[in-house]
Write a protein that binds this ligand. Structure first.
Ligand code: SF4
Length: 401
């Protein structure tokens, strides 16, 4: 009896085992009953039954931690080549033709002016009229207080010229205005004699070499009181006898204060620019003055200083002269013209793409025309305050022309 029950149980187990094998092999449809629930719970068709369907596995996103940089490199091209396919005609390069000495009969010597000088002068005047320069409104000639007596105005003009050495016109103008408005007793010889050096220094402490200029102005005031009847001298010899006053300042003072043009006041701009034009090859402003006075008509002696100081402040700058804006270069009249030098600059443009793809930064490529910039290398040596700090140089006044 017991054996037959065991045998029945064994048969049931074997039958169940067969059913299970058939289900695994897929030969029969799945059977959902308690006995095989663990196996049949694996879905055969995902999503077919909302209660039991498990969502499909997500694909993992690949996240980049750093922005992707895409670099493009491009070479710039010149403006000319982008705006016009035609080649620009090269301006003529002027020849350097200085003034010439011509020996005449009986040992006489005549100086022949540089050719085209009148055309150069007239064109420069034209450019000056079109471009207001600092010297036009703040030059030493215009700084004296017109409300004061002629004697006080002359004194102020001399002081303005002494301050202007190694100093910008704007700075000189501010210092002069300060003294005119606030100096006790007004700005004249007597006030300068009375003021303490430290207080005078306070008025001019923005100008170049103000300590030395304070000393020179105080000494000058005493000399004027003692030797020149409290006025400024009306001769070049008298003016150059004052401390810190050299020939350039003396001629400019004589012209501005007394209205007498006995010589040309050669500023560094006059010296530099007339050498650039090839009118002469001189080593210092004194040589330039002698060279110019040998042929330049007297009616230009007063004008040339203001003309070239303003030209040097606006177009023919000491560093980075603007030959591209200069009519002399346009007409092929200047042998020192630097024309249309365009530099090709390699530029890099960068595009950044952020991980979320939202931000894009682009660096623009700028195309620019670059003119060659040159610093002038012309020696300056005059017997003015401008000599301060400069190595002593040969002061021969012999012109090379
Ligand atoms: S700006 Fe140039 S072209 Fe004009 S005068 Fe000066 S050097 Fe000559």
């Amino acid at each position: 009896m017991r054996t037959s029950r065991i045998s029945r149980d064994t048969s049931r187990i074997l039958a169940a085992s067969r059913t299970l094998r058939q289900t695994r092999s897929g030969a029969n449809p799945p059977v959902h009953d308690a006995s095989d629930s663990e196996l049949s719970s694996v879905p055969t068709d995902a999503g077919s039954d909302g209660d039991f369907a498990t969502p499909p596995p997500k694909r993992r996103k690949t996240v980049r931690d750093t922005p992707v940089k895409v670099k493009h490199e491009s070479k710039e091209v010149s403006l000319t080549s982008t705006t016009s396919p035609k080649k620009e005609a090269k301006p003529k390069k002027a020849r350097r033709v200085p003034a010439k000495k011509i020996n005449g009969a009986g040992g006489s010597v005549k100086i022949e002016p540089p050719p085209n000088w009148e055309e150069i002068y007239a064109l420069t005047r034209e450019m000056r009229n079109e471009n207001l320069a600092p010297v036009d409104t703040m030059g030493c000639e215009s700084l004296a207080d017109k409300q004061r007596s002629p004697r006080d105005q002359r004194f102020q003009t001399l002081v303005a010229l002494m301050l202007s050495s190694q100093t910008k016109d704007t700075v000189t103008a501010v210092a002069m205005r300060g003294m005119q408005e606030r100096m006790p007793g007004g700005f004249n010889l007597e006030s300068v004699l009375a003021i303490e050096p430290a207080e005078l220094n306070g008025f001019i402490n923005k100008v170049g070499f103000h300590n030395l200029k304070t000393k020179y102005i105080k000494q000058t005031a005493e000399i004027l009181r003692d030797k020149f009847a409290s006025d400024i001298p009306d001769t070049v010899a008298g003016l150059v006898s004052l401390p810190g006053v050299g020939p350039k300042m003396a001629y400019l003072t004589l012209s501005a204060a007394w209205g007498r043009d006995e010589g040309i006041g050669v500023d560094v701009h006059v010296h530099r620019i007339t050498n650039l034009w090839g009118w002469h090859t001189t080593q210092n402003p004194e040589q330039t003055r002698a060279a110019l006075e040998s042929w330049l008509p007297k009616d230009k002696w007063h004008d040339i200083n203001n003309l070239l100081v303003g030209f040097g402040q606006t177009i023919c700058l000491p560093v980075g002269r603007k030959c591209g804006d200069c009519k002399l270069s346009e007409r092929g009249l200047c042998p020192s013209a630097v024309v249309g030098v365009k530099k090709k600059i390699k530029k890099e443009s960068v595009v950044k793409v952020e991980p979320d793809g939202e931000e894009t930064v682009k660096e623009e490529t700028v195309v620019a025309e670059v003119n060659e910039v040159k610093a002038e290398d012309v020696d300056v040596a005059v017997g003015d305050i401008e000599d301060i700090g400069r190595a002593s140089r040969n002061r021969s006044t012999r012109s090379k022309t």
